[in-house]
Every structure is written in C-alpha cells, then in structure tokens.
Design a protein around this ligand. Structure first.
Ligand code: SAH
Length: 412
C-alpha cells in the first residue's frame, strides 16, 4: 500500500521573514504577489521555492552540520544543475470547486478543499499535463470525482510515474469503487492526447484513509508497470513499489553510497530497506554476495525481477521486517561484511541497530532522508563500536526542506 513517501511532506517553512510572520495577512498578500508559484502557500509542498537555489543548498548544509556536526566533517552537498521539475512521480487528488467543476491538485492544509494545481515546479511537466487532460475528460465521460465527506463519487486520485531514461509513463487511476465506465474509450481518449503513456492501472481504494493507494489493482492498458535505468541497470517499477523520486540525484546518491562502501568483490553485503533492489543490484558487480530485505511485498517481487532483468545472480531478497531479519541473521551468526541501509523517514530501530552491532560488519553505509532520525541512529552506532568516516548531503528534494544524507561508518 502506498504509504508516506520519502521527502514529500508538508511542513511550514522555517525560513520565514520574521517581520512578515508577525502579520500573517500581510505575508499572504506579499507571497501571492511575489512567489514563483501561485499555489505555494496553500499547497505547502515547496517550502523553499522562493529561496535562491544556492542559498537552499547552504541552508541544508547548515542543517546537516547542526544535527550531525558532532560526528565529524560534512562534505559539500551535491546539488542539481537545474532544480526544477525533477519529480518522476506525481500525485493529484481530485475534487470539485464551488462551481462543481473538477479540480486536481493537493488538499489545502487542514481541510478537504482541493487546490487546483495547473503547474508545479517540482513535478515532471509531462505528468502535470496528463493530470490536466484527465481533468478535462471527466465531464464527457460522466466520471464524478470522489467527495471525502459524503463518500459519493468515483475518481479519488491520479498517480503518474515516469521513467526518465526509458520515457515510459504509468497512469494509476485511484477509484472509490472497482468499475470505470467506458474504460477502454477513456484510455483511448487519454492516449490520443498523450501517446507516450505506456500503461494504465485502476486501483481501488474504498476506505476512509489518507493513504493514496488501495490493495486491489486492475491493469487496463499495457504491462501494469514501467521500467527505468539507473547507474546502467534496468529497474521494473510497480504502482506500489518505492522508487526514488529524483532520478538525476539518485545516481549521485547511489554512486556516493558505493564509493563509501568501497567494495572489492569479496564482501557479503546486506542491502537493508532495499525497495526494488536498486542499491543492492548496483552493488552486486563488486560484491561476492548481496542479501536484500524489504517489507513491501510488491517491491520484493520487483526486486527479484530486477535481479533477473540485469542478469545479477549473486543476490537474494527476503520479504521481512528489516529489524526482525537482522535478529535472525545475528542469531545464525551470519557473516556480513558491509551493511547498506536506507530506511524510511522514521529511521531504523533498536532491533536492527542492535543486531548490526552483534553482527559486527566492518562497514555500515547509512543512506537517510531524515537527518534527525539519522542523528539518533548514529548516536547508537557510535556508542556501540562504530565511528563515522564520511558524511555528505545530496539534494534529492530541491525547493523543499528535506535533505538526504549518506554516512560511512567503520568498526573501531
Ligand atoms: N533503497 C531503496 C528504498 C529506500 S525507501 C531505494 O533506494 O529505492 C525505504 C524502504 O524501506 C521502502 O521500500 C519501504 O517499503 C521499506 N521499509 C519500511 N519499513 C521497513 C521495515 N521495517 N523493514 C524493511 N523495509 C522497510
């Protein structure tokens, strides 16, 4: 099931001008007039949109230094040449406006009102266009948007995933009930406008939940997944699998993680929180054996396929909670030389970290999308036999306050 995603969370900016924050109304007026994005205040997705990019990077370095400085030096953050429209995955919630016209975008903070977003500096532009087209087709196909309060209506969300290197595009229509009337004609009309769409999937979410995707799925056009290429390897991505949202920066992120791991070809490597197996598959060329563990069933399936697609034979995947899996490895006194870990925003847990300490790998490379939980977990590891060797930020989420960081640890 689609859960909260790395790096896309609404958060109030901490970079507000002090004077303005004393007068909210004045501030709103000013922002409306001067912001690059007319939706930024209501949407809240790009807290730093009006901060020049170089300054954004400096601010993120400052945050990393504040939270992680006690563990050592932080190398210069890796930024983007062009920080706009990087998101390969775009989500829109559907609703109606005061005049009952369909709107698509984001919920206004603390409400069920949908802000109609026609353009977004974060999103892949083709994906935004497709969402606009879907919005414009609803009337003629008599498709009603879902109303959260009354529970009536059909179309709840649209999710678009794009493969930067392959050009493949997946459209997921999230419905409140399983039947889309005239679905074949709808796909035809949509593909007439956007022939680059390679697959369309219906997803049924009939629950009162903030989760976007429900359990059930039906492929109504194409293969039901897309593929993309990262670091020279091909990856299959299903609607529910995690895949990094900024493909340009992901290559830098993975490249740095592998540089920090410095594999020689002799190591047994654990890829924990492995998603669709990306890091492990890229690492496998330089390792003896790779073991991947991941909680999301669909991601594990994709990981197994991805290993096959890339002809990687020295990797195996397990569908398990990473902490529980590590306890099992520690009990079996398994030999692990390097742990690559990339947990969600909540960070890792004591079960996992305690088992790392028991398994005594020479190196741990920690990829984190939340420096606060990273700091907490580093405290644990550095108190229990590890020392930080290198740390570097990577700007995966430009124009937002979120910051990714890679840390190399070694056993003392
Ligand atoms: N390394 C991957 C995925 C990182 S995102 C990549 O770069 O693409 C974090 C992943 O951790 C998600 O796929 C999520 O499903 C998984 N996850 C979350 N909690 C977990 C847990 N307790 N045990 C194992 N995996 C978990």
């Amino acid at each position: 099931m689609e859960t909260r995603e790395k790096g896309k969370e609404r958060k109030k900016s901490t970079y507000n001008n002090k004077q303005d924050s004393q007068n909210p109304k004045k501030k709103e007026e000013k922002q409306k007039k001067s912001s690059r994005c007319p939706y930024s205040r209501k949407c809240g997705g790009c807290q730093l949109i009006d901060v020049p990019y170089e300054k954004q990077l400096k601010e993120k370095e400052k945050t990393l230094k504040k939270l992680l400085g006690e563990f050592g030096k932080i190398e210069p953050i890796m930024g983007m040449e062009n920080p706009d429209h990087y998101r390969n995955k775009v989500h829109a919630v559907f609703g109606i406006d005061g005049r009952k016209r369909p709107v698509a975008g984001v919920y206004e903070a603390k409400s069920h009102r949908v802000v109609d977003v026609e353009h977004c500096f974060l999103e892949n532009e083709k994906a935004t266009e497709i969402i606009r087209t879907i919005k414009s087709l609803l009337r003629s196909f008599k498709i009603k948007t879902y109303d959260e309060d009354s529970g009536y209506g059909l179309l709840r969300h649209v999710l678009i995933r794009t493969g930067k290197e392959t050009g493949q595009i997946m459209v997921v229509l999230v419905l409140a009930s399983p039947i889309l009337p005239s679905k074949n004609n709808f796909v035809k009309a949509l593909r007439k406008e956007h022939p680059e769409i390679t697959t369309v999937v219906l997803n049924v979410n009939d629950r009162a939940t903030s989760m976007v995707l429900g359990e059930k799925e039906q492929v109504i056009y194409g293969k039901g997944y897309i593929e993309d290429i990262l670091c020279g390897k091909r990856f299959k991505i299903s609607p529910k699998s995690f895949y990094q949202v900024n493909p340009i920066q992901t290559e830098k992120l993975y490249g740095t993680a592998l540089e920090f791991a410095d594999l020689t070809g002799k190591e047994t490597v654990l890829d924990a929180y492995c998603g669709t197996g990306t890091i492990g598959i890229i690492a496998a060329d330089n390792a003896k054996r790779v073991i991947g563990v991941e909680l999301n069933k669909d991601a594990v399936k994709d990981a197994v396929t991805n290993a096959k697609i890339n002809g990687v034979k020295n990797i195996e995947f397990y569908h398990k909670d990473a902490g529980q899996f590590m306890i099992q490895l520690a009990e079996q006194q398994e030999n692990i030389d390097v742990v690559l870990m990339d947990p969600p925003r909540a960070g890792s847990d004591e079960a996992f970290l305690n088992s790392v300490v028991r398994l005594r790998p020479n190196k741990v490379v920690y990829v984190s999308c939340n420096p606060e939980t990273l700091a907490r977990d580093l405290k644990y590891l550095t108190k229990n036999g590890y020392q930080v060797k290198r740390m570097r930020g990577c700007d995966m989420f430009c124009h937002t306050e979120h910051c990714e960081c890679i840390v190399a640890l070694e056993r003392k």
